[in-house]
Write a protein that binds this ligand. Structure first.
Ligand SMILES: Nc1ncnc2c1ncn2[C@@H]1O[C@H](COP(=O)(O)OP(=O)(O)O)[C@@H](O)[C@H]1O
Ligand SMILES: [Mg+2]
Length: 448
């Protein structure tokens, strides 16, 4: 049989220092269809094994220079040859040698002189086993690589889901905010409008009433000078009428009513500036100072003195800035969110302070506006409240993060503010804060 011409059923390396043994085994296995590679020493075999990739090694134990155990140990220590099954061949048949052969990595043991059929049977078994093992390993490798691929796909899908979830949340936030603003804006400008009509009526009529009252008072004064019977009812009542006091008090009273109507009108105008939602689909030219002032006016009731503390001092350091293109209603909401947070922080910190202490070191807010390099409009809102630790600062812009009690905080204020400034206006909203000293929010808006 010419084994080299048909497909070999396995590749076998034989290592034996006895040429007669090598020849015998080579022809025996070659006749059975194996491709055989003989080596006369361990050293040559180790060098030659680099190039051939056998399915089985037949290894003689007793050889000069390097014996079979040593060769076996080296083969087992190298990843490339580690898994190739090794059958030891030796004339020795003591139990000790067999044990040593197995313990250093051999799979089987054949003793010389050998019987051809035994050699063939053992070789065939181990070659087949090795093939099966390799098949299994290939399958495992394939499955593992499939798993890795699927895992990667899953990870990608997961990331995509996370991204989409974030987008949905952002969109939701924007929707809630837009809807809320629109509803609130309509409501507020509606109320402001409704208030203005009766207010105009009060104002106009008040002036007429003032004239009437003056006339009436004059009339009474004149009546008091007329001689009437001393015991008449009219005389008694005219004498009881404290004309001087009323003459002095009434103008003041009317004046204060007029001033109050003016305040109501200012507030109503501010509400209308504040709730400029009509055109929030597109930007419009807006006076930032008017926005800040209207926000402060709306927050007036929260800024003024109460039983716990004197009024919060607001210092406006407005720069020479001109109107800018923006979404006015949305910017007002940002101002509102930031200033309301500062007031909340004061209220929180004030609970541990006495009125006197707060009076000596009052709660203060500074609002500064300026142009930077002619390309940016900067608005700084600073407070001397509780400030924030660095850990807190890292979280405050997160949607839903709040340190306030349930029902008091939503944790949306700064998240919405950042979205309005950074996403909708292409600007930036930055926070600087020192715990115990205060916080500064800096809004930068590009000037179009
Ligand atoms: N000026 C400030 N001083 C101290 N802490 C602040 C200030 N502004 C915001 N914070 C902190 O940031 C958190 C988040 O604020 P915000 O997003 O407006 O949500 P909320 O006001 O509903 O809690 C607040 O709960 C508070 O802890
Ligand atoms: Mg808030």
């Amino acid at each position: 049989m010419e084994p080299s011409k048909t497909k070999a059923i396995g590749k076998i390396v034989i290592i034996d220092d006895t040429p007669a043994n090598l020849r015998l085994l080579a022809s025996l296995l070659g006749d059975r269809g194996y491709q055989v590679r003989p080596f006369p020493s361990g050293k040559l075999a180790l060098a030659g094994l680099e190039r051939c990739d056998p399915d089985l090694i037949l290894l003689d134990i007793q050889m000069p220079q390097m014996d079979g155990y040593e060769v076996c140990q080296i083969l087992k220590s190298q990843p490339k040859t580690r898994d190739i099954p090794i059958i030891f061949i030796s004339a020795l048949s003591e139990a000790l040698d067999k044990v040593k052969a197995f313990s250093c990595g051999g799979v089987d043991y054949i003793t010389k002189p050998f019987q051809a059929e035994e050699v063939i049977a053992r070789v065939a078994t181990h070659v087949e086993l090795y093939h099966l093992q390799q098949q299994l390993q290939n399958q495992n490798t394939y499955q593992a690589s499939q798993l890795i691929k699927q895992n990667k796909q899953l990870q990608e899908m997961n990331q995509e889901l996370i991204d989409q979830y974030r987008l949905v949340k952002e969109a939701q936030l924007q929707l809630v905010q837009t809807e809320k603003m629109a509803t609130l804006g309509n409501l507020i400008s509606g109320v402001a409008h409704e208030v203005n009509n009766p207010l105009g009526c009060i104002n106009a009529n008040l002036q007429i009433a003032q004239d009437y009252i003056t006339e009436l008072l004059d009339f009474i004064q004149v009546s008091q000078t007329i001689d009437l019977p001393a015991d008449s009812d009219l005389t008694r009542r005219l004498n009881e009428f404290e004309i001087e006091f009323i003459q002095e008090d009434l103008p003041q009273l009317l004046d204060s009513i007029l001033r109050s109507t003016k305040t109501i009108r200012d507030i109503s105008d501010s509400l209308r500036v504040f709730s400029r939602t009509e055109n929030e689909q597109k930007k419009s030219c807006f006076n930032i100072h008017a926005g800040l002032d209207s926000t402060l006016l709306i927050l007036r009731y929260r800024l003024k003195a109460n039983h716990q503390r004197p009024a919060i001092r607001v210092t406006k350091e407005y720069g020479a800035i001109s109107d800018i293109e923006c979404f006015p209603g949305k910017l007002n909401q940002v101002f509102m969110n930031i200033i309301a947070n500062a007031i909340d922080a004061f209220d929180e910190a004030n609970t541990d302070r006495s009125y006197g202490d707060i009076d000596a070191n009052p709660n203060q807010i500074w609002i500064r506006t300026m142009f930077i390099d002619g390309t940016m409009l900067q608005i700084e809102i600073q407070d001397n409240g509780s400030g924030m630790s660095e850990t807190l600062q890292a979280k405050v812009f997160n949607q839903g993060f709040t340190t306030k009690a349930v029902g008091k905080g939503t944790g949306l204020g700064l998240a919405i503010a950042r979205q309005i400034i950074e996403v909708e206006h292409g600007g930036s909203l930055k926070l600087q804060s020192i715990e115990g000293e205060g916080s500064t929010f800096t809004i930068s808006l590009p000037i179009l």
